[in-house]
Design a protein around this ligand. Structure first.
Ligand code: SF4
Length: 734
């Protein structure tokens, strides 16, 4: 049974009923709780950025099952394996229930008053001693937008530090920076509907079948499309392709530039669009001159004929869509690659039309909300730090003196860690993320954390590798226990609702932020009248009014009624929420002259090339059953049974050379460390010279061997393409 067949069976999409819950699985033998739910609560999945609508079945004060919401415009009742099992996370082992403070080396239970008092007094003490910027905050795309917006105000205007960033920098910063450079603003321009309507779909470094499974239904619904998948690994998505491009690691930028050259030199570009809506065409044309088919073939490993064919297919398409995820972003060339994708879309006029878009498929459920609410790489509402007008607007909206609004961004996530290593950051507040598993070259992070005077960790789970190091732990509510909104990859805002109360004394992140503001003495100034998330949302609607990400026409009531609404949705909007909305349909971009920028980009070899001591190229990625560092999915037995441990994929050519066999336990070694005793899979999914290791598993943490190399523009890590070797670690296990 294929993944898609399984999804259809489980979600009931084949018979239109969407009635099965995970518990109905006859093979896995789970008992259904569906019939016994006392009530159903509408909400949105808390994992990935597809943003599926779901319903939580509640009985006796517990969430006993979930099902897809058949009326939600994103998924029409379908859910993937993670979504179908999400309710198990609520009652999983290891929920954080009480505030804990390290006393005599031990984390000891304390009350909330002491916890908040400790946080505020000790942060202030550090700031008084070392300066306001000695405090750093790292948050997450798992917060609802209302929480993220509140946190930004609290951190930047309350604590007065600009060293504030999110774990979204580890996955989407290249897309954000690329959009800003090309279009003058962040914001994915397209809609999921484009996957159903495009003539040609090019997916680059995007394994949607594993990472955004419900989008596969959109690809399947498009019977006439040509699906091209570019990926060094033969992923499940590659297996769905009409044309698969097994390009060499990190050669995508050369491929796109070669496609651009063909499109320009064979006169397939849209001259009128280029003339009216872009700048920089002459420079772009000159910059792709060197990307002949022969040069691109040498870099990518693809034949000249194949590159030519792909370029003609894209150039001749009436509607062409390019989607990408971490295969593009996780690179020192990530931002430039995004700009190259945007260049290709712009010169062919494939933007702002049905079926035509460059489109980053985001990672976390609310990575988009964090990007819009900002206060990390930009000011709230996609405003710019450097714009006096933008700062004036915010000062007016918040009734604050103009000089209180920050004029430049602080340190990005990797630079906050570097600043901890060099002792410029002395106190750190980590919220809803687990860097001890997710940060590249983990020893650098450990060094930085060891230097701190105070580490505060706020999380729904304890212990995690990160909470175990905390001086102060704040227990937080998770999905299913709190209210707010998520915004998905297609800019669709959906409602998140509490079905049950958090365990023990855990509180929503929103409540925690307000309590900190109260103790800090800035609640009245920054959050006057706020008691619940809707108060933050109402202010957010005012802050975004007239902006590209305009929420002003969206209300909680409208979200409940329609299941999800795409921004921009101004208060005065005359169209209905059901109509798919795209950015830049009028050819007006967010730059000063309203034109998009065509930006020359140049391919370069990835930073750590293989060599005799480390001859293999490591690729990292995900599997459908798990979420990031498994804080949520590691405690869900059904997902653990489906994917209990890490594995290493290696081509049979390399396995033979090394005398290795399937199921051998092997160590993977780089210049930085060693991942021990991973089970070997000998497979043609990876090419000779390349290996693949999933990054979810702390026991086999890929980030013990990844490198400290970052995109100079976005600061996104180059998680992929590390030079490694593989050694047998123990005899075959039977
Ligand atoms: Fe949740 Fe993403 Fe799966 Fe949808 S595709 S159910 S949003 S994890």
């Amino acid at each position: 049974m294929t993944l898609l067949q399984w999804l259809k069976l489980k979600s009931g999409v084949d018979n239109g009923s969407a009635k099965y819950s995970y518990g109905d699985d006859p093979v896995l033998g789970f008992t259904s709780n569906r019939k016994h739910s006392e009530r159903w609560v509408n909400s949105t999945c808390g994992y990935c950025s597809v943003g599926c609508g779901m319903q939580l079945g509640v009985r006796d004060g517990k969430v006993v099952t979930v099902r897809g919401n058949p009326d939600h415009p994103v998924n029409l009742g379908k859910l993937c394996p993670k979504g179908l099992a999400e309710h198990y996370a609520i009652d999983a082992e290891g929920r954080a229930k009480y505030p804990l403070l390290r006393k005599d080396g031990q984390l000891t239970r304390i009350g909330w008053n002491e916890a908040i008092d400790t946080l505020v007094k000790r942060f202030r003490k550090v700031q008084e001693k070392y300066g306001p910027e000695s405090l750093g905050i790292i948050s997450t795309g798992q917060l609802v937008t209302e929480e993220f917006y509140a946190l930004g105000k609290l951190v930047q205007l309350g604590f007065g530090t600009s060293n504030y960033d999110g774990n979204t920098t580890l996955c989407m910063a290249a897309a954000v920076a690329g959009y800003k450079r090309s279009f003058g603003s962040d914001g994915p321009p397209g809609a999921y509907e484009d996957l159903e309507k495009a003539d040609v779909i090019l997916l680059i470094g995007a394994n949607v079948a594993e990472n955004h499974p419900i989008l596969c239904a959109r690809l399947e619904a498009n019977a006439t499309r040509t699906l091209i998948v570019a990926d060094p690994r033969v992923t499940k998505t590659a297996m769905m392709a009409d044309i698969y491009l097994p390009l060499k690691p990190r050669s995508d930028l050369a491929l796109i530039n070669a496609m651009l050259r063909v499109v320009i030199y064979e006169d397939l570009y849209d001259k009128e669009y280029v003339e009216r809506h872009t700048t920089g065409f002459a420079e772009l044309r000159a910059s792709v001159e060197r990307y002949t088919l022969e040069y691109a073939s040498e870099i990518t490993g693809l034949s000249t004929d194949l590159i030519h064919e792909i370029a003609l297919l894209y150039g001749n398409a009436k509607t062409a869509f390019i989607g990408w995820t971490m295969g593009v972003n996780h690179s020192t060339k990530g931002t430039e690659t995004v700009n190259a994708i945007n260049n290709l879309a712009l010169v062919t006029g494939n933007i702002g039309r049905t079926g035509a878009s460059p489109f980053s498929i985001t990672g976390q459920c609310n990575a988009m909300g964090t990007r819009e609410a900002g206060f990390s790489s930009g000011l709230p509402g996609y405003r710019k730090f450097e714009s006096e007008k933008d700062r004036e607007e915010l000062a007016g909206l918040w009734n604050l003196p103009f000089d209180r609004i920050p004029t430049k961004r602080g340190l990005a996530y990797p630079d906050i860690i570097e600043a901890a290593v060099s002792k410029k950051i002395r106190a750190l507040w980590i919220i809803g993320t687990n860097p001890l598993v997710s940060f590249p070259n983990i020893d650098v992070l450990k060094h930085g954390l060891a230097n701190l005077d105070l580490l505060v960790v706020q999380d729904g789970f304890h212990p995690t590798p990160t909470t175990e190091l905390a001086d102060l732990l704040l227990p937080a509510a998770i999905w299913g226990e709190k209210e707010g909104t998520y915004t998905n990859s297609e800019r669709r805002v959906s409602k998140v609702n509490a079905a049950v109360s958090p365990p023990g004394e855990a509180r929503s992140d929103f409540d925690i932020f307000l309590a900190v503001a109260e103790k800090l003495g800035c609640r009245e100034e920054l959050f006057a009248g706020w008691t619940s998330p809707v108060d933050a949302f109402d202010e957010w609607r005012r802050v975004t009014a007239g902006r590209l990400c305009d929420y002003s026409g969206i209300t909680y009531a409208a979200l409940e009624e329609h299941g999800g609404i795409q921004w921009p949705f101004p208060d005065s909007v005359s169209t209905t929420p059901e109509v798919a909305r795209r950015l830049y349909s009028d050819g007006q971009f967010q730059t000063e002259d309203g034109r998009a920028r065509l930006l020359p980009t140049q391919w370069a070899p990835f930073p750590e090339q293989p060599h005799p001591e480390f001859p293999l190229i490591l690729n990292t990625g995900r599997t459908v059953e798990h979420w990031h560092t498994r804080t949520k999915t590691g405690g869900i037995s059904i997902l653990q049974r489906m994917s209990p441990r890490a594995w290493l994929e290696m081509n049979s050519v390399d396995a033979r050379k090394l005398g290795l066999r399937a199921h051998d336990r092997v160590d993977v070694i780089s210049a930085r460390g060693r991942v021990k005793e991973v089970e070997l899979r000998v497979t043609e999914i990876v090419a000779p010279g390349q290996i693949f290791l999933p990054f979810h598993f702390v026991e086999s943490n890929a980030n013990q061997i990844t490198q400290s190399a970052f995109d100079p523009i976005s600061r996104e890590p180059n998680y992929k393409q590390c030079a490694v070797r593989v050694e047998k670690s123990s005899p075959v296990h039977t």
